[in-house]
Design a protein around this ligand. Structure first.
Ligand code: ZN
Length: 445
């Protein structure tokens, strides 16, 4: 089927950063076939058998990329938001007690629905029972990579990391030829995985040419541990194990020395910048201006809903602009175009998916978002980048396409119903006795 979206401001995010205003994008099945100005629209004969969508002066942008998330954690959203340290105090024990395959599946469906409604078309998820996450993302029509989390002490899905590695490898093989979904092994972090586990996970991810995602240089106690135990930073530690390479996709990277940054540059490692999660947890601000100066691929991540709360990238774009401008005391730092690039093509590069997605160009997959400009917060629009970063929010997302399939129309999911998805998740949460468990944990709200 051939479709053309007309009367839109096309923000291509191609290398020349071309904008067509007013412009059009034409795609056949899953592939973009033409992008251009309205004055160059094909004539009537050229548009025979073509479905025409009037974009009504909206902004058509590439689908956004969420580089780091844990969709299975929707049930934990809003818990202990203002607690000093939640991870070891109750998040990990709670996962052990309550998380099962069905909950991961239902939670990931919810997370995928929320992301699509907010204009995220591609995500890298890291969690447990990731076969359920892959199934949910596939059913919802998203593009993404599901990372089976492994850690030394075992988790809610497998008591021993060996079992988690085997499960992850099977998942990688199962989705190897899938058009939208792939899988990888995701070590939880530098200090929750020992040397053997990191080496085995890296070996497997390199073998299958998939990302090697992990949390890194995030926690103060992580930095202290590496200083005391090894006399080096986590980055240098990973490099000493030879697991710092192009596959390495490190989330957070808050505490980076100049030497760490140069190592990242030299080895081609990538960064998932989670500004919302990091600043809410008072952990600090990653040195992203230095990363960009060194041309290290940096994209944006929401982190899980228990950390960053919302799963949309508009929020991250805004926080990214505000915190980094403030950090550098420079109003002109981090211009909106740079931030939209981090949300789209840079995120796709960091995931190794830039040949498929991240920009609107002929030959690429038709992954795109139509942002309407009729709502009060979207008038007037002088510069589409600035409107996307500083004015827009998920409620402005009118239509979303992934691989040419329309998944959101009129601000509603097309293939499924968000209310039903929420009802199913909520019923499962009641069955899991969340309330009883939380009461035992004391006041964590
Ligand atoms: Zn995370």
């Amino acid at each position: 089927m051939r479709t053309i979206i007309i009367n839109v401001t096309v923000v291509t995010m191609n290398d020349q950063r071309e904008i067509h205003d007013p412009g059009f994008v034409m795609f056949e099945n899953d592939i973009i076939t033409a992008v251009g100005d309205m004055k160059d629209l094909p004539d009537k004969a050229g548009l025979l058998h073509t479905v025409t969508v009037d974009g009504r002066n909206g902004i058509l942008m590439p689908g956004m990329v969420n580089l780091h998330t844990h969709m299975g954690m929707v049930p934990f959203r809003g818990l202990g938001d203002d607690c000093k340290d939640r991870l070891r105090v109750f998040l990990l024990p709670m996962e052990q007690k309550t998380m099962d395959e069905e909950l991961v599946y239902l939670s990931t469906r919810y997370g995928a629905g929320e992301m699509l409604l907010g204009g995220v078309t591609t995500a890298l998820d890291m969690y447990y029972f990731e076969e359920e996450a892959a199934k949910a993302m596939d059913e919802m029509g998203m593009r993404g990579i599901t990372g089976q989390t492994v850690m030394d002490e075992g988790a809610c899905d497998f008591a021993h990391p060996r079992e988690a590695l085997a499960y992850g490898e099977n998942l990688i093989k199962k989705y190897r030829s899938h058009p939208r979904i792939s899988a990888c092994i995701a070590p939880h972090g530098t200090n929750t995985c020992g040397e053997d586990l990191l080496l085995e996970a890296y070996r497997m991810d390199s073998l299958y040419k998939v990302p090697f995602p992990l949390h890194m240089a995030e926690m103060d106690y992580e930095m202290d541990y590496f200083r005391k135990e090894y006399g080096m930073t986590p980055v240098r530690y990973l490099d000493s194990l030879h697991v710092l390479g192009e596959e390495t996709l490190a989330a957070h990277c808050i505490h980076m020395t100049e030497e760490d940054l140069l190592l990242f540059k030299e080895k081609g490692a990538r960064v998932a910048h989670c500004i919302g999660s990091n600043t809410k947890a008072a952990k600090g601000v990653a040195p992203v201006s230095s990363m960009l100066r060194l041309a290290i691929p940096v994209g944006l991540g929401t982190d899980g809903p228990a950390s960053g709360n919302t799963l949309d990238i508009f929020t991250q774009m805004k926080l990214c602009a505000n915190f980094h401008k403030n950090e550098t005391r420079d109003r002109s730092a981090f211009p909106a175009e740079t931030i939209v690039a981090m949300a789209t093509i840079q995120g796709a590069k960091a995931m190794g998916l830039h040949d498929l997605t991240g920009s609107l160009e002929p030959g690429k997959q038709a992954d795109m978002v139509l942002v309407e400009t009729h709502s009060p917060n979207m008038f007037p629009v002088y510069n589409p980048y600035s409107a996307l970063v500083y004015s827009a929010n998920p409620s402005n997302v009118e239509e979303v396409y992934v691989a040419g399939e329309c998944l959101v129309k009129g601000k509603k999911l097309v293939k499924s119903d968000m209310d039903e998805i929420r009802k199913a998740l909520s019923e499962k949460m009641k069955k899991t006795d969340f309330g009883i468990y939380m009461a035992k944990m004391g006041n964590i709200y």
